[in-house]
Write a protein that binds this ligand. Structure first.
Ligand code: XUL
Ligand code: CO
Length: 441
C-alpha cells in the first residue's frame, strides 16, 4: 500500500506492480520483480534502486535558455518549511508507489538553504524531524546524502578547493551539517561530487595547493563522520568537466590515484555515473571496470547521455545493449559494494505530466532488471566466460604462469622466444561475443 501524506499528489496512479513482458500497461513492470532470485541473489539486492530527490521533485525543467516548464503541486506553499514537508510527502508517495526502498538527496534538495548558516541549520533541523517521522515504519531508506557545494555564488571559485579559506571553512560547516542530516536520517552512505572542485582557468590556479586542500577537507569530513558513529562508505563521484572547465575528480582512474596518494583509500569508494563516464571519453563499462579492479566500485548514478552532444543530458537509461554490457562487468566483479543504482536522471523539459516521472523510472528500472536477466543467461547458458578465460589460458600453467609469478627474468624470456618457434596468433573473437550477447536479448 502506498504511503500517502495529507494530500495525494499522484492521485491518478496506484502501486506499480509486476505484470510480465506481455503486459500492455505502461504503468507496470515488465521485468522488475524485486524478490526474484537471479544468480544467487534477489533482484533488489543486485539493484538497490534509488530515486534522486533533486531531479524528481526539484527540477522544474529550466535550462540556460528558459525558465521551468513543470508545475509541481508540492511547490505551492510560500513557507519554506511547509513546502519542504509537502515535497517530502510527494517523495514518499512516489517512492512507495514504485515499490522502491531508497532515495538520495543533497542538503538543500530537502529544504531551501537559509539566508545565514544558522538559518540553514534551523531549516535542516525541521526537515530532519519530519523525515524521521516519515521513515518510521516504512521500508524506505536513504541510500546516500550529500551537500550542494556548487549552486550558491559563494562557491563560484570552488568549495574545498576555493583559494579563499573563508569559503573552505563555510563549505566544511555545510558538510558537517549534511553528514549530521545523513546520519539522523540513517543514510547508508555519503557522496562527494566536486562540480566546482577544479578550475576555469589555469592562469589563476595553483592546482597542487587546491588538490592538497581537497584531500585535507575529505580527511576532516571522514574523521568527523566516523567520530559520530557513521559506518557507511564515502563515495567520490568522478566527472571530467561541467560546470568547471576541468574537474580534479576527472574519472575513476584519476580518483583512485588521488585516494591512494592521500591515504583515503580505506574509507572511500567510487560512485560511477554513466553520463560522466561518456563525458570523460570512456564508456560506462570502462569506468565500472576500472573501479571494480581497484575494489572500489561503490555505487552507480544511472542515466545516459546523448551521442550527438557533449554535455550532461542526464536522460533515463533505456539503452539495453549498453546496460547489459555494464551488468556483465558488475556481475563478474561480485556486484556493487554497499551502494545502489540511483537514477540521477531527469525527464525532458517538455515531459510536463506528473505521470512522466513514473514512465521514466519504470523504464529505467525495467532496463536494468532486464539487463540483469540477460546477463544471467549469458553467464549460465553460453560459452561467453569460457571464451574470454581461454584467451588468457596461456598464463594458467607452465611458462606463462612462471612469468606471472615473477620467476622468469628478461633473459629467460629472450631464451623462450628463441626456442618456442613460430606460433599462430589467437583470435579475439569480438564478433562472436557480441553475437552471443545479442542472442540472449
Ligand atoms: C552532477 C551530479 C550530481 C551528483 C551529486 O552532474 O551527478 O547530481 O550526483 O551531487
Ligand atoms: Co550524479
Amino acid at each position: 500500500m502506498a504511503i500517502i501524506g495529507s494530500i495525494e499528489y499522484f492521485k491518478e496512479i496506484g502501486d506499480i506492480k509486476f505484470e510480465g513482458k506481455e503486459s500492455k500497461n505502461p504503468l507496470a513492470y515488465k521485468y522488475y520483480r524485486p524478490n526474484e532470485m537471479v544468480l544467487g541473489k534477489k533482484m533488489n539486492e543486485h539493484l538497490k534502486f534509488a530515486v534522486a530527490y533533486w531531479h524528481s521533485f526539484g527540477n522544474t525543467g529550466n535550462d540556460p535558455f528558459g525558465v521551468g516548464t513543470k508545475v509541481f503541486p508540492w511547490n505551492h506553499q510560500s513557507d519554506p518549511i511547509q513546502r519542504a514537508k509537502d515535497k517530502m510527502d510527494a517523495a514518499f508517495e512516489f517512492i512507495s508507489k514504485l515499490g522502491l526502498e531508497y532515495f538520495c538527496f543533497h542538503d538543500f534538495d530537502l529544504i531551501d538553504e537559509g539566508n545565514t548558516l544558522s538559518a540553514s541549520e534551523h531549516h535542516l533541523q525541521s526537515i530532519i524531524a519530519y523525515g524521521q517521522q516519515k521513515l518510521k515504519g516504512t521500508p524506505i531508506k536513504v541510500l546516500w546524502g550529500t551537500a550542494n557545494l556548487f549552486s550558491h555564488p559563494r562557491y563560484m571559485n570552488g568549495a574545498a578547493t576555493n583559494p579563499d579559506f573563508k569559503v573552505v571553512a563555510y563549505a566544511s560547516a555545510q558538510v558537517k551539517n549534511a553528514i549530521d542530516t545523513t546520519i539522523a536520517l540513517e543514510g547508508e552512505h555519503y557522496v562527494f561530487w566536486g562540480g566546482r572542485e577544479g578550475y576555469v582557468s589555469l592562469l589563476n590556479t595553483k592546482m597542487k595547493k587546491e588538490i592538497e586542500h581537497l584531500a585535507q577537507f575529505l580527511h576532516n569530513a571522514k574523521d568527523y563522520a566516523r567520530s559520530q558513529g557513521f559506518k557507511g562508505h564515502f563515495f567520490i563521484e568522478p566527472k571530467p568537466a561541467e560546470p568547471s572547465k576541468h574537474q580534479y575528480d576527472y574519472d575513476a582512474a584519476t580518483v583512485i590515484g588521488f585516494l591512494n596518494q592521500y591515504g583515503l583509500a580505506d574509507d572511500f569508494k567510487i560512485n560511477i555515473e554513466v553520463n560522466h563516464a561518456t563525458l570523460a571519453g570512456h564508456t560506462f563499462q570502462h569506468e565500472l571496470q576500472v573501479a571494480a579492479d581497484a575494489n572500489m566500485l561503490g555505487s552507480i548514478d544511472a542515466n545516459r547521455g546523448d551521442y550527438q552532444n557533449g554535455w550532461d543530458t542526464d536522460q533515463f537509461p533505456t539503452n539495453l545493449g549498453e546496460v547489459v554490457e555494464a551488468m556483465l562487468v558488475i556481475v563478474q566483479n561480485g556486484g556493487i559494494q554497499g551502494g545502489g543504482v540511483n537514477f540521477d536522471a531527469k525527464t525532458r523539459r517538455n515531459s510536463t505530466d506528473l505521470a512522466d516521472l513514473f514512465y521514466a523510472h519504470i523504464g529505467g528500472i525495467d532496463t536494468f532488471a532486464r539487463a540483469l536477466l540477460i546477463t544471467e543467461k549469458v553467464m549460465t547458458h553460453t560459452d561467453f566466460k569460457k571464451i574470454v578465460d581461454h584467451r588468457y589460458s596461456s598464463f594458467d600453467a607452465g611458462k606463462g604462469k612462471a612469468f606471472k609469478e615473477g620467476i622468469l627474468d628478461l633473459l629467460a624470456l629472450h631464451q623462450i622466444a628463441h626456442t618456442q618457434g613460430e606460433f599462430k596468433p589467437t583470435s579475439g573473437k569480438q564478433e562472436l561475443l557480441e553475437n552471443i550477447i545479442n542472442d540472449c536479448i
